[in-house]
Design a protein around this ligand. Structure first.
Ligand code: FAD
Length: 286
């Protein structure tokens, strides 16, 4: 099913994100994780594309295919373009089509010094436009409640976001954030700018201090005092930090759902325990 068909049915869409196994990990682990996530019945699961533009043998496509064909859950394959040529993209699109994957989260990707840009696609909007004109996929795009790190200002980031919708994006998923007010402010500005597609809020539960610090330094999300107090208090107690992180994410989700957001996209970090705890806490209110 195309992801945009999930919206507008009087329910807040609830989706998950997983990533392919790292190079030194067994590929089997991800399939076990997905089997555990299945029972939580998310509306869809998206699969990331290797950071820096690497995606050996289209592992993202294999996993997205397993989700939709074997688990019978809607899936989306992330696809970055800046380190790919048009021919590379054609091969991946063909492969996704053969594997029955209907949804693509079309991204520029971070600029990787080890893989210089190929210059066929400069921005995500170029990829979206290309896919729309040359293939038949539902397209989602990324958005940034606190602006993308490369962006000189908030307004130009919103303007470029609108270009992604104009190019054919039918749904957006936000970068993680820890302060809901920042998301509400972004949503208001996006709607004023004429962005009408459903926008899901990206929520990342704290799993451990190190991973959050790394994530935040990479994406620039600001940390509210309430959040840093939790990290400081429980930094030496991993279980307590994990439980407090789950509670914080649940708190964010309850507020977002009560405010009528289109959807919640949970960055599961491939951790079914955390996804399960959060799903149990919020499923009745979606
Ligand atoms: P774009 O939309 O192209 O924007 C990038 C920057 O360029 C922004 O600052 C924008 O304002 C600016 N811009 C856009 N168009 C123009 C223009 N015409 N002229 C001038 N400036 C312009 N990365 C991965 O490697 N793999 C993943 O699987 C992955 N999944 C993600 C999922 C989500 C939900 C999010 C939020 C991010 C994800 N990322 C992923 C990270 C993403 O690749 C990076 O944030 C990347 O730097 C930007 O990608 P984009 O598609 O948002 O880029």
């Amino acid at each position: 099913m195309k992801i945009s068909e999930l919206f507008g049915k009087g329910k807040c869409v609830f989706s998950f994100e997983v990533f392919p196994p790292k190079k030194d990990m067994s590929a089997d682990a991800i399939y076990g994780t997905l089997d555990s996530l299945k029972k939580l019945a998310p509306d869809f699961i998206s699969v990331t594309y290797g950071a820096g533009g690497t995606n050996g043998d289209n592992i993202t496509g294999d996993i997205a295919s397993y989700i939709c064909n074997d688990l019978k859950i809607n899936s989306a394959a992330h696809l970055t373009c800046v380190s790919n040529t048009r021919e590379d993209i054609d091969i991946i699109l063909d492969d996704l089509k053969k594997k029955g994957v209907e949804n693509i989260l079309a991204l520029r990707g971070d600029i990787n010094p080890e893989r210089p840009p190929k210059n066929d696609f400069l921005y995500a909007s170029d990829l979206i436009d290309y896919i729309k004109k040359n293939a038949d996929f539902h397209i989602s795009a990324a958005c940034y409640p606190e602006s993308h790190l490369d962006s000189p200002d908030f307004i130009s980031d919103i303007r470029h976001l609108k270009e992604k919708q104009d190019a054919g994006a039918e749904h957006m998923i936000s970068q993680l954030f820890f302060d809901n007010d920042l998301f509400y402010n972004f949503l208001e500005k996006a709607r004023i700018a004429g962005i009408t597609v459903p926008i899901e809020a990206g929520i990342m539960p704290v799993t451990n201090k190190k991973s959050i610090e790394r994530m935040v330094s990479m994406c620039g999300a600001s940390l509210p005092a309430k959040f840093t107090r939790i990290m400081a208090k429980y930094e030496n107690n991993p279980e307590a930090l994990r439980d407090a992180g789950i509670a914080y994410a649940v708190d964010q989700i309850v507020d977002l759902v009560a405010s009528g957001v289109d959807g919640i996209h949970l960055y599961t970090m491939n951790n079914p325990y955390i996804a399960e705890k959060i799903s149990e806490a919020v499923s009745g209110m979606l």
